[in-house]
Design a protein around this ligand. Structure first.
Ligand SMILES: C[S@@+](CC[C@H](N)C(=O)[O-])C[C@H]1O[C@@H](n2cnc3c(N)ncnc32)[C@H](O)[C@@H]1O
Length: 324
């Protein structure tokens, strides 16, 4: 028995050692895990895949959107993104890029995802509380500057009613170095963004902001009053594109039953708000020129013969003077 036990033990030990050795050899020769075999994903490959995803989701400009979203996720501008094309995509970015693709695919505008929007050579912060500043609103700034003419050099007082991100007021102050201005809004969230934008702009030091209904809190008379008020008829809002209907604040869109509620309020207060000889410039919606003009005339103002067209050729900025 003893001899058998003695002679058996070394065999068992050898067998175990052999099993362990063969297991170790097997594990060395086993196929590597999926992660280990996954092909290296470069920034360029990830960008192409993102563009494919966005195209499949129905985005109109998938290549450009993919470039902007990749740059946003990686914290790179366009040139740096191109330079990084062959670099491996940091694994930590994969989930973030997927989340950005889902947001864009659902219709969220790129500027909302990135948190800023270009307007008049400024990069403005935006949030869910503000309308995304639109290129056509630059027509209001152009019309005001054109009609001010030589008065541009004066120490003008400017009011921007429904200032949102502060886009109109800050653009005007940038162009009118002697001017000071005040922006109003009934949205405290919008005013917080306007103040942020003013703080990031040199001209913003000459801007102040106040919460009120249109111009109600404004005391003095202004040389220039501008406004891009909410002007979409309430019943049309459900039919707007998803990027507007679902992401611009309703407060920034809804102009009441016929879209003209804000124009009525502003026109009624205009003789008090505008200094004698002062100028009012309003952004208008499609088909609104004649009716807004009638409101301004009824308020005692003298409208310009025609509204200034935007880049698409649509009447967009209607000016009116208060008689001296
Ligand atoms: C069409 S957005 C224009 C925003 C900005 N001026 C621009 O051009 O991008 C209209 C703005 O008016 C504000 N607003 C709406 N009703 C208002 C009211 N009764 N009094 C003051 N502001 C109002 C909204 O909150 C919104 O910021």
């Amino acid at each position: 028995m003893m001899a058998r036990r003695k002679s058996t033990r070394p065999r068992l030990v050898r067998k175990a050692a052999t099993r362990a050795a063969s297991k170790s050899a097997a594990s060395k020769s086993a196929p590597p895990s999926a992660a280990a075999t996954a092909p290296r994903v470069t920034v360029a490959i990830a960008r192409r895949r993102l563009a494919d995803l966005l195209r499949a989701a129905g985005c109109e400009n998938p290549q450009a959107d993919a470039r902007l979203l990749m740059g946003h996720a990686l914290g790179l501008d366009h040139a740096a993104l191109v330079a990084a094309a062959a670099r491996e995509l940091p694994p930590a970015c994969v989930a973030e890029i997927a989340a950005l693709a889902a947001r864009r695919g659902a219709g969220e505008p790129i500027a909302r995802i990135r948190g800023h929007r270009e307007f008049w050579d400024m990069s403005l912060a935006v949030s869910a509380d503000v309308l995304l500043p639109r290129p056509e609103s630059e027509t209001v700034v152009e019309e005001a500057l054109a009609l001010l003419g030589e008065a541009r050099a004066r120490a003008l007082r400017i009011a921007d009613i429904g200032t949102g991100s502060g886009a109109l007021l800050l653009a005007l102050l940038t162009e009118l170095p002697g001017a000071r201005g005040i922006g109003t809004d009934c949205s405290h969230g919008a005013l917080a963004i306007a103040r942020t934008n003013a703080g990031a702009t040199a001209a913003g030091a000459r801007a102040a902001f106040v919460a009120c209904d249109f111009g109600a809190a404004l005391g003095c008379a202004f040389d220039l009053v501008v406004s891009n008020p909410p002007y979409i008829p309430s019943g049309d809002i459900a039919g707007l594109d998803v990027d507007v209907r679902a992401y611009d604040p309703l407060l920034a869109l809804d102009g009441g039953r016929d879209g003209l509620d804000a124009y009525r309020a502003i026109a009624a207060d205009a003789p008090r708000l505008i200094a004698p000889g002062g100028l009012l410039v309003l952004e208008i919606g499609i088909g609104q020129e004649a009716r807004v003009r009638a409101l301004l005339i009824a308020a005692g103002l003298a409208p310009a013969p025609a509204a200034r067209n935007d880049l698409a050729g649509r009447p967009r900025a209607l000016a009116a003077w208060r008689n001296p």
